[in-house]
Design a protein around this ligand. Sequence first.
Ligand SMILES: [Zn+2]
Length: 701
Amino acid sequence: MAVAFTFQTHISTAQTATMPAPSTVFGYKDFSKEAAIEEKFLAVPNAKLAGEHLKTLTAEPHIASSPEDHKTAEYVAQKFRAAGLETEIVPYRVLMNQPKTVKVEAFDATGKQLMSGPTPEHVEGDPFDKDPRVVIPFNGSSGSGDVTGEAVYANYGRLEDYDELAKQKIDLHGKIVVVRYGANFRGVKVYIAEQRGASGVIIYSDPQDDGYYKGDMYPLGPWRPDSGVQRGSVQYLFKYPGDPETPGVASTPELQDSARINPEGNQPHIISIPLSYKDVAPILQSLKGPGVPQGWQGALPFRYHIGPGGVRVHLVSQQDYQRRTIWDVIGKIKGTENPEDWVIVGNHRDAWVYGAVDPNSGTASMLEAVHGVGALIHDGWKPKRSILFCSWDAEEEGLIGSTEWVEQHAQQLTNAVAYLNVDVAVAGPDFSASAVPSLKNFMREIAKSVPSPVGDTVYQEWRANRHGTNEHRASNAPSQPNEEVHVSDLGSGSDFTPFLQHIGVPSTDIGSGGPYGVYHSVFDNYAWFVMNADPHFAYLQQMARVLGLEAVRMADTDVLPYDYPAYAREVKAYIEAAKRKAADGGLSGLNFAPALEASARFAKAADHAHQLQMNPPADLAEFNTTLRAAETAMTAPAGLPNRPWYKHTIYAPGEYTGYAAVVIPGVNEAIEAKDSGRASSQLAALAQSLDKAAQTLESAH
Ligand SMILES: [Zn+2]
């Protein structure tokens, strides 16, 4: 049976919120009236209804652009309309691949066949794995071809892993690289393999990372069974996301072909194929050559070797690239006082297969947030600012639905006060959040106002960190004395990327995690979800409350609650860390003084703004516009070197990490490349944007 968390037995599924409303909230002159609105909102999101949304949305496989995907768009639109939102389904025409043929065979030195795959995903008792519409495992943005080569094992396919192979004089030209999932974005694994001359890549899920090494396999537990495969895009996301033919331009159905570019230079050319460890085990087991270095051994029951030698692999991948139609659903309630100031809530709807956790736990939560907002609307409430609920399509292929929409509305979005994302809303009970520094405290305040299913607040559970998942991992942020719970930085891997990193909309992202070994496989389905993640849908209800409360509070606030002193502290620490890194790396002669001076000026201006936020001026609209403009000031029109689509000077997905944020990316990546000329000019660009942000906040009065 399912792995049960001990405390799940006393989860209450009570539908009413019993939280005492906070007496003050940063940004409100008098919170008492708003407290009553929030209380009313919190009572509406319903666990049972959230479970029904999830069941309906995940009844069929619904990969982007399929008829089943369109059906889910209709379902979401119907719920938006029922709540009183002005709703439209917005189509785009975008280039995407779907697999025609995917084949992998391996042979030993004598020519004996070791395996032939991919093996269909199957476990005894799963009710969903036999549907003929389940797409065969493939990588979005993979090249096509038919190649044969010696296998070489490259661990996680990180830059340092490939460098280790180079150190051991293992030439990757013409080789088939076998890498395991984890540690970085899969597109990065392929990007470096291609740079090093490999002719194909196999990406597999090692049981050490999300299989039996972690715990019981589905259907006994939540971890990946031997045939489970992680599909996924290998797009060069760190260059730009969205439709590969239209960076910076929206792929509306009317867009002329002449406005599209040839995307060749920005996409993988080599084949990559995702596999299960059941299929990869015979390859790795027969591989000869040197034994693996420390840390490269996975959990398959034999000693791993690097190769080459012992195994030849034959890969066939025929990908059908076409311009396909996708559908975003946008539901809007117009604000009464500042209708041009948008609060945007977003979640993607498309899934590789059924997507119970990723992304439809998010969709179910968003629909119950909409239900709550709808109840307020029904009672005559209208927000001060407009709220837009957005159901994105084709996120899995490369954040396509959100990126095209952002590119279409770039002008208008300079007024957007926040983008509030949810993707994997519920894989388990462990709440976590990421945000720009100016909204980290906002996230903590929201978590203090929402009840958790185990009795106290989401915030208390978050801080208690019962399962140790809320480590200060992969963050460069300095810990603050008042920082009781850690809010992470935004890297990439979900739909906040175009909002924050392309045009500078302050963003947040939330989720509730747990043991989850079925990511992007056929087993991420309703049966798995009920068995392992959230049997009573109590966490779907929790996430609906958190997400909806973020929107309501942000839409009604008197003063926008951006915490710029926190932003300034983080930026200062980023610059100091880069300075140490430059010195350690022997990059002398770099002048950090102007950037540090600009950051000190920004800190001072942030304090000035903070004082005014607590004692707000009469012209609130003007003051709020100024506060908002400080985030835009941190974008540079020229963008980052070699990737001009990314315009934010403080945050970007790393070229060699993909998911994890690289902070002050222009500077740090130049230092890593030991390019002092580029580092100098990027330090100047950073100083300029911090000066601009400081100047903006100084002008507040
Ligand atoms: Zn997702």
